[in-house]
Design a protein around this ligand. Structure first.
Ligand code: GLN
Length: 535
């Protein structure tokens, strides 16, 4: 029978509930439990696919093509498990289902209401996640902060769910902030007390609190919180800011969080096997060398916009005992090769990540040109491949002004374009080539040498494709088509073989990198950077 852990947040958002959820998942996996996770997002968008990265950070893509919250990336990385559409539920998707049912007359004349119709739909999503994964433990994280209007139906649904499943089968864990006041040198517990009061007013008494804090919390403070919030003393757990998110599972483990949860949920207490994870954290703390890698994008003021790319670089760093310093480059500001050479003078490699729209493209093309002409290791991701194709067409193949249809509809040399069968798609939501697609690599390519296999599967999220009309012209000039769809029609990987590492892919390898198993393409990049830096 599945046990449930419901995680809510209090006081402020961005507390790292997702990391707490993912860390708990890891701790139970390390005890041999089968764990799955689900994120509830109270906003009305059907999925985050149409949101600006500034609003929401990165859109994480699952194998099945679900466009999801970035917390699913944390879950996949910490649990080493692929998730899917059912693991991310938004208010928008819940309302959409209920309204569709209403239009079909499925409610048989009833007045359709928040309770029971919306709450029933939410509960049915929890059950679907259980049916799909059949986990011993399902961890459900409710996005936002307790008290948000949009979150109320989710809170009510989990209240009902707890009762229906039997009290001992589920647990509420509330993550809150203890603000530290510099002037008086104190941690304040009052916001936590208020937040728990709000949760209680909705009928949920948390069994466990996780306190987010900059500084260690004294036992006396924890006991006070326990008393005021009616939580057992040993269920008030501290979660201090850490240097690396991958330390969090070990920090929580030390405080016995899982044993307490096992007691509450009547689960067998088991010894965890955290040896690999401890080794990982040890490597994180003891790098033997450093390199600098630039990421050139247009959302550089919000690092979360490229979260999985950053994580993938770090994973590669863990494996190669290298501290990877990331240099953010705002591509809009770049106008010339001189400027690029100045910006990249201390970097050992560069990534152009995914993106949409024209802003910053010319700057990205300058970066690609610099990398290609100066043998600076380059990894292009999705838009980063399209830029590499445009740059090569313009500057090597002499197709002056070549561009992508996305940036110039009437351009003469449309080297990246919409394929015929995509032309009449008008809606923006969920209309891309998205999710996992197979790809076949050329055995003579650098990509093959790092993947060490011919047939790969990677996740996509884009509308435009390499234009096959230009295949011959570009390959005659030295571009290598290193990977295509199995039928050969879609170009998925290109390389510039003259360089040590110039690889660009139409997909997003960053979604599949794991802390203890970095992605081969990021390994290829980092190894080339290390070689170039003579390290
Ligand atoms: N804007 C490009 C396209 O839609 C690339 C998308 C991306 O980088 N994810 O094809």
């Amino acid at each position: 029978m599945t046990k449930y852990i419901f995680i809510t947040g209090g006081v402020v958002s961005s507390l790292g509930k997702g990391i707490v959820a993912a860390s708990l998942g890891r701790l139970f996996v390390s005890r041999g439990y089968k764990v799955s996770t689900q994120k509830f997002d109270p906003y009305i968008n059907v999925d985050p696919g149409t949101m600006s990265p500034y609003q929401h950070g990165e859109v994480f893509v699952c194998d099945d093509g679900a466009e999801t919250d970035l917390d699913l990336g944390h879950y996949e990385r910490f649990l080493d498990k692929n998730l899917s559409r059912i693991n991310n539920v938004t208010s928008g998707s819940v309302y959409q289902t209920v309204i569709e049912k209403e239009r079909k007359g499925e409610y048989l004349g009833a007045t359709v209401q928040m309770i029971p119709h919306i709450t029933e739909e939410i509960k049915s999503r929890i059950k679907k996640a259980v049916t799909k994964d059949n986990p011993d433990i399902l961890i459900v994280e409710i996005g936002g902060t307790v008290g948000d209007i949009e979150g109320l139906p989710f809170i009510e649904a989990i209240r009902q769910f707890k009762i229906e499943q039997g009290i001992a089968n589920s647990l509420s864990l509330h993550v809150t902030l203890l603000p530290y006041l510099n002037t008086s040198g104190e941690l304040k517990t009052k916001p936590t007390q208020h937040s728990v009061n709000v949760l209680r007013s909705y009928g949920i008494q948390p069994e466990m609190l996780v306190l987010r804090t900059q500084v260690p919390v004294e036992k006396s403070e924890k006991d006070k919180i326990a008393l005021f919030c009616s939580v057992n003393k040993d269920c008030v757990i501290e979660c201090k800011d850490m240097k690396s998110i991958y330390e969090v599972p070990l920090y929580l483990e030390k405080q016995g969080i899982c044993d307490r949860i096992c007691e509450i949920l009547h689960l067998e207490k088991r010894e965890p096997n955290l040896k690999n994870w401890e080794e990982l954290v040890d490597r994180i703390h003891n790098p033997k060398r450093e390199i600098n890698i630039a990421i050139a994008g247009k959302y550089t003021s919000l690092n979360d916009a490229y979260l999985s790319v950053v994580e993938s670089l770090h994973h590669t760093g863990f494996k190669t005992n290298t501290k990877i310093n990331i240099k953010w480059i705002a591509s809009d500001d770049i106008k010339s090769q001189n400027q690029v050479s100045e910006l990249l003078k201390d970097t050992d490699g560069v990534i152009v990540p995914g993106g949409f729209g024209q802003r910053g493209i010319e700057g990205k093309l300058e970066i690609v040109r610099y990398a290609r002409e100066n043998n600076l290791p380059y990894l292009g991701l999705c838009l980063g491949m399209q830029c590499a194709v445009i740059e090569f067409a313009r500057n090597v193949a002499g197709l002056s002004g070549a561009n992508s249809e996305e940036f110039d509809k009437n351009v003469k040399y449309k080297v990246v374009h919409l394929m015929e069968n995509q032309k009449n798609i008008e809606k923006l939501g969920a209309t891309m080539r998205i999710g996992a697609y197979p790809c076949k690599l050329d055995k003579l390519s650098k990509s093959y040498s790092v993947y060490k296999t011919e047939n790969i599967s990677e996740r996509h999220r884009h509308r435009y494709e390499f234009n096959n009309e230009y295949r011959k012209i570009l390959t005659d000039k030295g571009l290598l088509i290193a990977g295509t769809s199995p039928n050969g029609e879609l170009v998925e990987v290109i390389e510039y073989p003259k360089n040590d590492w110039f690889v660009a892919v139409q997909f997003h390898p960053e979604f599949k990198s794991r802390p203890d198993n970095p992605h081969p393409l990021f390994m290829g990049l980092v190894e080339a950077c290390l070689k170039r830096a003579g390290k």
